[in-house]
Design a binder for this molecule. Structure first.
Ligand code: MG
Length: 372
């Protein structure tokens, strides 16, 4: 099972209308895919996120030479080594080697992991609500309406990038196009101090279809999270940029959070990510995977959620949703799964059970030019 070759596919797409959150506007979307092939011809896809020139150089000069000739089934050792150079590249390698291990065994990824608890996983529509145009709020509400018409029942909208008053007006407008069957998530991207975060408690306390308040505070302020959680009228969520299960432990031990949000592309790969999800079960809190950096990462998050025991005994609400990027982003369609009715069906075929869309990969091939 020696690794014979690795091809890379850096992809780039300039946005027609920049969009963003409290951290600023995105001018483009990128995707870095690679395919590992073994000497026996088994292939596995990986995906990671960073500035494309960094990834291209890192793969060509260091990661690929290190992996060629190694045993593809030594996933944990190989990922642990590459993690020291580039954690997010290692996360991608863990995806490709997981797919190879599954195909080598003649199994789907979920069967390799011990089997699915469920055949589909709920997903929520995730928005980047801000644009640099005057009518940003109206545009945002229109996008929310489109997603609800499509069949999403849960939506995540951004706050924290405008004044409290302006954000509240926007959110009230969003709520106007929602029905009681739709559920709302607000994400502040670590924008507030404690007292400003608390201001949201009053309007949120009046909404009975509110799912969670995401990253109201800088994520290092564990004691402030604990204090906020103790009096806030809704669940507090966060952790999309934490790097491993150990970093989540501080929140879990302190009882500082209701819902952890590990991201498979930001953690120690597939295996580390699954450890974090399991950790949530030991501590009796929920885990809703964050995944905004690629469709392959999202597919692995869906697999992991399919294989995770339920968080409660409530039959219709016992597994937490996975994030689904609904913004302008052609790379969303690389994996051919539709989130109809706000759920994603789990592919059951060997390996990841789907073929990546080669047309998109060819169309948006990065030309190698620098960008900022
Ligand atoms: Mg977030």
């Amino acid at each position: 099972m020696k690794i014979a070759s690795i091809e890379t596919f850096p992809l780039f797409y300039p946005l027609t209308q920049p969009y963003g959150d409290a951290n600023g506007y995105k001018q483009y979307r990128t995707c870095f895919l690679f395919r590992i092939t073994t000497q026996s011809g088994i292939t596995g896809w990986g995906e990671c996120v960073d500035w494309l020139p960094t990834l291209k150089l890192g793969f060509e000069n260091r990661i690929i030479p290190h992996l060629i000739g190694k045993n593809a089934l030594n996933r944990l050792q190989l990922v642990n080594h590459i993690k020291k150079w580039h954690q997010r590249a290692a996360a991608g390698v863990s995806m490709a080697l997981t797919e190879i291990a599954a195909k080598h065994s003649g199994l789907s990824v979920c069967d390799l992991w011990g089997g699915r608890w469920r055949e589909e996983v709920p997903v929520y529509a995730s928005f980047q609500s801000y644009t640099d145009k005057v009518g940003w709020a109206k545009h945002s509400i229109h996008l929310v309406e489109q997603a609800l018409d499509y069949g999403f029942t849960m939506i995540k909208v951004k706050i924290g990038g405008k004044t409290f008053k302006e954000d509240l007006m926007h959110i009230l407008g969003v709520r106007n196009v929602m029905s009681e069957n739709h559920q709302l998530i607000l994400d502040a991207n670590q924008s507030y101090d404690f007292s400003t975060a608390k201001q949201w408690g009053q309007p949120i306390s009046e909404w009975n279809n509110f799912l969670w308040f995401e990253e109201p505070l800088p994520i290092n302020l564990v004691s402030d999270y604990k204090l906020l959680r103790s009096s806030f009228p809704a669940p507090i969520a966060g952790g999309e940029n934490l790097k491993n299960a150990k970093e989540f432990l501080a929140f879990l031990r302190e009882g500082a959070i209701d819902i952890i949000q590990p991201d498979i592309a930001h953690e120690d790969g597939v295996d580390g990510f699954r450890h974090t999800l399991q950790l949530s079960r030991y501590f009796g809190v929920r885990a809703s995977p964050h995944t905004f950096d690629g469709a392959l990462s999202r597919l692995y998050a869906i697999f992991a959620q399919a294989c995770l025991p339920a968080w409660s005994k409530m039959p219709l609400e016992n597994i937490e949703p996975v994030e689904w990027d609904v913004m302008e982003n052609p790379f969303n369609s690389i994996i051919p799964i539709e989130p109809g009715r706000g759920t994603a069906a789990i592919p059951t075929g060997e390996g990841i059970g789907v073929e990546l869309d080669q047309g998109i990969i060819e169309r948006y091939c990065w030309d190698g030019s620098m960008y900022s």
